[in-house]
Design a protein around this ligand. Structure first.
Ligand code: NIG
Ligand code: FE
Length: 394
């Protein structure tokens, strides 16, 4: 069954430049007066509406915009409890610290599978209704062999992009034995989690893990078949970005406090994306990352939510696009590219983040004539329809 979506006022394709059926997203590209054909769950054709081929069914977009579905490459969705009081205290002047993670670890360990599953399903539904068609999900609130493996097994019910984050923080029972905890993360915990995950991540930050510990975790993860991603330079300057680039990580995430050497390392990395998480700065009152500096240096930039109960409890990619434009001084095109194609690059995915022929038919119909409205009308529910794998899901 093929579907023609026609009368599209603006079609953002990010189509690959190479003439192959499926490839990495290309640069930002938007067509006007466009149409799109979905066939067999993939994009079958994209171009000028006047030249569109016939299809079994037709949807009239009535001049509205169509974008690739958002790719949220950084989220922590397996948790129990909430930290609204911590947020309120922060807005009253208390600074964010990694220490809050411990309270979520306690709640998550105590929660039933059913409670964790229900929370995951709720957040996955929220994401989909806001146009996110691909998302990554980390463990990291279990921090025992059984609880980390359980987190990944539950997350596998909602996404294939699974990240082992046993190295989120050192749990209380290892407070005086960080080395022992790193051994566990690189040993029995990894053995239990590696078969369940695609990625390994580490929170490389003062108060979490240092450079040597982070390298040990990424090296052990790689030996177990996991590709690297790193929480880097979130709360202050540090070695995270350099560790990420040296490990050929797919992404260095946060990138809030960068030296010139960090920017250079990302620019010459050849494959490490800088994933910016502006919802975190919004929710912690930290300074925003310097996106124009990264873009001017030629770094590939992605935007993601970092949805988690502590530093940023939003699942909304449209909000993150608006923050990226207003607070990080990205253009509307740069922000939308970073939230779609950039996320795909950060997950090393060639099939999503763009609407070139052969891409997965993951797309969003906006109740607006152009992508710019995501920032122009912040906070307004503009997602009029979502297709995933060619099926209309909202
Ligand atoms: O990405 N930085 C580390 N982890 C999360 C925060 C987790 C939490 O506060 O619960 C983050 O910001
Ligand atoms: Fe995070």
């Amino acid at each position: 069954m093929s579907l023609l979506i026609t009368n599209i006022g603006e079609l953002v394709t990010n189509a690959p430049r190479e003439a192959v059926s499926v490839a990495s997203p290309g640069p930002f590209e938007a067509l006007t007066d466009a149409a799109l054909v979905l066939d067999g769950g993939l994009v079958g054709w994209a171009g000028q509406a006047a030249r569109a081929p016939a299809a079994d069914e037709v949807v009239d977009a009535a001049g509205r915009a169509v974008l690739p579905g958002f790719v949220d490459s950084h989220a922590h969705l397996v948790f129990a409890g909430e930290r609204g009081a911590e947020f309120a205290a922060r807005m009253a002047g208390r600074p964010y610290s990694a220490g809050g993670i411990a309270s979520t670890v306690t709640a998550t360990r105590a929660a039933s599978d059913e409670a964790l599953r229900a929370n995951l399903a709720r957040l996955a539904r929220e994401m989909l209704s806001q146009g996110t068609t691909t998302f990554e999900c980390k463990s990291g609130y279990g921090l025992t062999v059984a609880d980390e493996a359980r987190s990944l097994a539950l997350a596998a019910e909602v996404t294939p992009e699974l990240t082992y984050l046993g190295a989120h923080v050192v749990p209380a029972e290892f407070a005086s034995d960080t080395a022992g905890y790193v051994d566990l993360v690189c040993g029995d915990m990894l053995t239990a989690c590696a078969p369940l995950a695609r990625w390994v991540d580490v929170f490389c930050e003062r108060g979490a893990f240092g450079a040597d510990e982070a390298r040990a975790v990424l090296t052990a993860g790689a030996a177990a078949g996991l590709q690297a991603r790193v929480h880097a330079n979130q709360l202050g300057p540090g070695p995270g970005v350099q560790v990420a680039v040296a490990a050929e990580a797919a992404s260095a995430d946060h990138c809030t406090f960068l030296s010139d050497a960090d920017v250079d390392a990302l620019a010459s990395s050849g494959g490490t994306v800088a994933t910016l998480l502006p919802g975190v700065e919004f929710s912690t009152r930290q300074p925003y990352p310097d996106a124009p500096r990264l873009l001017a240096a030629g770094v590939t930039v992605a935007i993601a939510t970092d949805c988690n109960p502590g530093s940023c409890f939003t699942s909304s990619m449209p909000l993150c696009v608006a923050l990226a434009v207003r607070e990080m001084r990205m253009t509307t095109a740069e922000a939308v590219w970073a939230a779609t194609a950039g996320g795909a690059r950060a997950l090393r995915r060639t099939d999503v983040g763009h609407l070139g022929v052969g891409a997965r038919a993951d797309l969003v119909l906006l109740d607006a004539p152009s992508h710019a409205y995501l920032a122009y009308r912040p906070g307004v529910p503009l997602i009029a329809g979502v297709w995933r794998g060619g099926e209309r899901v909202t």
